[in-house]
Design a protein around this ligand. Structure first.
Ligand SMILES: Cc1cc2nc3c(=O)[nH]c(=O)nc-3n(C[C@H](O)[C@H](O)[C@H](O)COP(=O)(O)OP(=O)(O)OC[C@H]3O[C@@H](n4cnc5c(N)ncnc54)[C@H](O)[C@@H]3O)c2cc1C
Length: 418
């Protein structure tokens, strides 16, 4: 069965936009299309059965039972956005401009791929009772009783999700051990100089962090480490990263990167005509940073859709120069009673500059490239983050002596302001 759009006489036929994935990026694309004046049909298809919801609260208020859910406060009906929930898209046939689902094919004129990411699974852990992931509302619902019943918990992976889950589990009174294969938390994201001080936060909260500790296997009730030790675990939470959920695009001809991301261009168009990609599933080339970025954070799932929506509308009206997507990426994390924020993108060769002492509750680090600020990490210093983000956007150079003084507002540390 195929859903056809009927053309009414005297009415301009508007292109049908179909969005795959009803998470933040898919929802924001639909909303941005309406906000920017698109009046054609918009269909939002999501595999999950729930009303579209926001993910960050899942490892925070929802997990702790301080919020029942995190559904977006959006009236889809009023916006004339056609929601199809609990519907898994299984394939894309670009020649026919059609999607496949178990319930039949769905035609599109313009397609937006917003299928997000899925957690990396520890080999052999699937199906073992008591092993959890934390990506979806259902995952969070399964983890609530673990916290309520104050299980002894082993967390595999000291990344953002591992740290946030450990924070919530400690707050709920669980005994928590975090095992991490690398020699520090956030090893793939932050240099040792920055991440090693953050490792102390675990102990301060009463969680035990075991670094340099690969897991050999998970059995029911225990995590067996590579060195032969076995940690008793009432529950295990695996947080070892996420990969774009792009398996369903295999064979469609859409270009994917080695990381599984849809390799969009700087206008968020994919290699297929009339197909765009946004959010956790899509990477894009950043002229600002001279590299392709795959960003798995909330702000990217908010900003990218605005550009994609503008470009969909622009392409429909013909001849308009597409908008370029080249953001200063931003994210935050709430862990161990600290508000951690990061803006920008840094590489190993960039110069690290400290503002404050990492032993203190609040501090900031900046990364400079050829004297210009390219990234900032602020712990409990939201002003540094806000000012730093604007300086990065402006490509501002910093006076390094002034910038290193936490008493000097970051915006006053511009090289051209001193
Ligand atoms: C627990 C948790 C806490 C987080 N906390 C923070 C935070 O504090 N700060 C921050 O910056 N970021 C945070 N993030 C990251 C942020 O939530 C994500 O970057 C954001 O949700 C990405 O949105 P998305 O729409 O691209 O992808 P998703 O949110 O993954 O949504 C994609 C949707 O598409 C659906 N889908 C996938 N494939 C198909 C298919 N074939 N057919 C139909 N539907 C499909 C999926 O079921 C999913 O519902 C957190 C993420 C998690 C999981």
């Amino acid at each position: 069965m195929s859903e056809q759009q009927t053309e009414q006489p005297g009415r301009r036929t508007e292109r049908r936009v179909v969005i795959v994935g009803a998470g933040m990026a898919g929802v924001q694309t639909a909303v941005a299309l309406r906000e920017q004046g698109f009046t054609g049909p918009v269909t939002l298809i999501g595999a999950e059965p729930h009303q579209p919801y926001d993910r960050p609260p899942l490892s925070k208020a929802v997990l702790l039972g301080n919020a029942e859910g995190s559904a977006f406060d959006i009236d889809f009906e009023a916006l004339d956005i056609h929601l199809q929930l609990g519907r898994d898209v299984t394939g894309l046939r670009p020649g026919a401009h059609e999607l496949d689902t178990l319930a039949g094919s769905v035609p599109y004129d313009v397609l937006v791929v917003a299928c997000g990411a899925e957690p990396v699974v520890l080999p052999g852990s699937e199906g073992v009772p008591g092993v959890h992931l934390l990506r979806t509302l259902d995952d969070a619902a399964r983890l609530r009783p673990v916290l309520d019943e104050q299980h002894t918990v082993v967390v595999v992976g000291a990344g953002w999700i591992g740290a946030e889950f450990a924070t919530a589990a400690r707050a709920a009174g669980c005994e928590v051990t975090v095992v991490e294969a690398a020699d520090r938390p956030l090893a793939g994201v932050l240099p040792a100089e920055v991440a090693v001080p953050m490792a102390r936060w675990y102990a301060q909260s009463g969680a035990e962090l075991l670094t340099g500790t690969p897991v050999a296997r998970i059995e029911q009730g225990s995590v067996v480490l590579a060195d032969g030790r076995a940690l008793a675990a009432g529950a295990v939470v695996v947080g070892i990263g996420a990969r774009p959920a792009t398996g369903w695009l295999a064979g469609s001809g859409i270009a994917l990167g080695p990381d599984g991301s849809v390799t969009a261009d700087d206008a968020l168009r994919t290699s297929l005509p009339d197909v765009y990609a946004v959010g956790d599933c899509a990477s894009f080339p950043s002229a600002r940073y001279g590299t392709r970025l795959l960003v798995h954070h909330w702000d990217n799932a908010l900003q990218g859709p605005r550009t994609a929506a503008a470009n969909i509308i622009g392409a429909g009206t013909g001849g308009v120069q597409p908008l370029t997507y080249d953001p200063v990426p931003y994210f935050w994390s709430e862990q161990f009673d600290r508000f951690v924020q990061y803006a920008g993108h840094h590489g190993d060769a960039d110069t690290l500059l400290w503002r404050g002492d990492p032993a203190d509750p609040a501090w900031t680090v900046c990364w400079l490239r050829d004297g210009a600020l390219v990234a900032v990490l602020a712990v409990g210093r939201p002003r540094d983050l806000a000012q730093g983000r604007r300086l990065i956007e402006a490509g501002a150079r910093l006076d390094q002596v002034r910038a290193a003084d936490p008493a000097v507002p970051l915006k006053s540390a511009r090289a051209d302001a001193s």
